[in-house]
Design a protein around this ligand. Structure first.
Ligand SMILES: NC(=O)c1ccc[n+]([C@@H]2O[C@H](COP(=O)([O-])OP(=O)(O)OC[C@H]3O[C@@H](n4cnc5c(N)ncnc54)[C@H](O)[C@@H]3O)[C@@H](O)[C@H]2O)c1
Length: 442
């Protein structure tokens, strides 16, 4: 674990803190041989060093790369990087080198020949001789990148959400199935499922501590995300990519891109059983400016489950409002209340309980478990449930955009494909804000 120690030299990256002392504690990397051939899947568990490729070199990608090379005492190295933009790849590399310092430099093996840019950068990273890829681009690209990585026999860490539309979700389900057949690991950045406190609470809920779950309610009310002003030298495609969180085809809208963390915990509560249907409202009241694209700024959704249980979700990205990120679970014998950031993990009722165990760094945990699964030859495959959690959020967006009730089956079978058919720097999809009752379900 890379939990910062008060006296450590603490490095900040991706808005998170890393302990240089602990990062360097396993500096065996400086001593192990790096000359390993690129390998077919299955052989990775026996390698002295695992080579990692980063695809999508933004804030989260830089953090994930740092966590990957911090796993397993220095036997994981960053081998290649790819981003659609050169400036992003270069700044990520500079940040990583600074964070690793002189002593950790051996874990960053990226050479100029293994820095790739453009829309096909992912193919080049995958083909560069890596064992593991980190998929941390905007979510629109995830299904394509995941498919290519699994086809090439690579283990994967991929960020959430894993798609922006149902065809993307179906593609991820196929990749997850293929990964199983090929004994490849897929670990996903739905990080709360890697948090000790959350794991302990949900384990209790699943073992009946609050009886049968009757209702779940979550909030993801936060501030708007940052934007980039248009540079006249940019094409429309570059402008949208630089502001990707605000364009539905790239992000899925904020209910799919951000609030999906809470909706994932809803899925977890119901042991990943799909709901019957969802109704939702949403709109765009306070977003101003072309860089804020076409995404809504608030949603509220009600899901119905087969046993009559209901799940409610509210999310908002508007300044100067009451922010909150909590989860409530009501059962027949008690209730659970969670606030990951306070942190608060409490069960009341017949089996009252408060979390008293150790904390962990959930982001580091993801990579520790990924690498351990590769070494043990026991692949970890999050693919199916992460695809389902992503669809849970997509179906609420579909219901809000159209004003229709959307069944799980309708959502899963939808042929609506967001985004352009071909990717190139030039035009980009038209910016159209959906209107319930007018926007059609497809
Ligand atoms: N689990 C978490 O807590 C958490 C936190 C932050 C972000 N995320 C997720 O991580 C992903 C990335 O978010 P971020 O905050 O790092 O965004 P970011 O904008 O900082 O980084 C995205 C990077 O991907 C690059 N990119 C865009 N299209 C690409 C393509 N086709 N090929 C290669 N590179 C491409 C961009 O240039 C940029 O450098 C998102 O899915 C986001 O939801 C998860």
């Amino acid at each position: 674990m890379n939990e910062p120690h008060p006296t450590d030299d603490v490095i900040s990256i991706d808005g998170r803190q890393f302990s240089r002392r602990l990062f360097l504690a396993g500096s065996a990397a400086a001593m192990v041989p790096f000359a390993l051939g690129s390998g077919a899947f299955g052989a990775t568990r026996d390698r002295t060093v695992l080579k990692v490729g980063l695809i999508g070199c933004g804030g989260r990608g830089t953090g994930a790369a740092m966590q990957a090379i911090s796993a397993e005492n220095g036997t994981v190295v960053l081998h290649a990087m790819g981003d659609v933009f050169l400036d992003r790849a270069e700044s990520a590399l500079a940040n990583l080198k600074e964070a690793a310092g002189e002593e950790g430099a051996a874990r960053i093996q990226v050479t100029p020949e293994r820095m790739f840019t453009g829309f096909d950068a992912y193919e080049k990273v995958i083909a560069s001789g890596v064992d593991v890829v980190l998929l941390t681009t905007p979510p629109y690209f995830r299904p394509t990148h995941l498919k290519a990585a699994i086809a090439a026999g690579k283990h994967v860490f991929c960020e959430k959400p894993v798609a922006v539309d149902a065809p993307g979700v179906r593609s991820v389900l196929e990749s997850a199935k293929l990964a199983k057949e090929k004994n490849l690991s897929i670990v996903c950045g739905f990080c709360w499922r890697y948090n000790n406190r959350h794991r302990a609470l949900w384990e209790r809920v699943h073992s009946g501590a609050i009886g049968d779950v009757r209702a779940y309610y979550s909030t993801y009310n936060a501030s708007p995300l940052g934007t980039r002003k248009r540079d006249p030298a940019w094409s429309e495609m570059e402008f949208q990519l630089r502001n990707w969180q605000h364009f539905t085809w790239l992000s899925g809208d904020h209910i799919v891109e951000q609030a999906v963390h809470s909706i994932d915990k809803q899925g977890w509560t119901f042991q990943d059983a799909p709901p019957l249907s969802v109704v939702a409202v949403g709109g765009r009241q306070a977003r101003v400016g072309e860089e804020r694209g076409d995404v809504y700024d608030h949603f509220s959704a009600t899901y119905e489950y087969a046993n009559g249980a209901r799940a409610f979700h509210m999310c908002r990205q508007i300044d100067n409002c009451a922010n909150d990120n909590s989860d409530w679970i009501w059962g027949t014998k008690g209730d659970a209340l969670v606030n990951g950031w306070q942190p608060l993990h409490r069960i009341t009722g017949a089996n009252a309980w408060d979390y008293e165990g150790p904390d962990n760094d959930m982001y580091q945990q993801e990579h520790d478990e990924l690498i351990a699964s590769i070494r043990a030859g026991t692949p970890k495959n999050d693919g199916e449930w992460v695809a389902h959690s992503t669809l849970l959020a997509i179906m609420a967006r579909m219901a809000a955009y159209t004003g229709q009730q959307v069944s799980w089956q309708q959502a899963l079978e939808s042929n609506e494909m967001l985004g352009p058919r071909e990717l190139a720097f030039g035009d980009a999809p038209k910016v159209i804000v959906p209107v319930p009752g007018i926007t059609k379900l497809s």
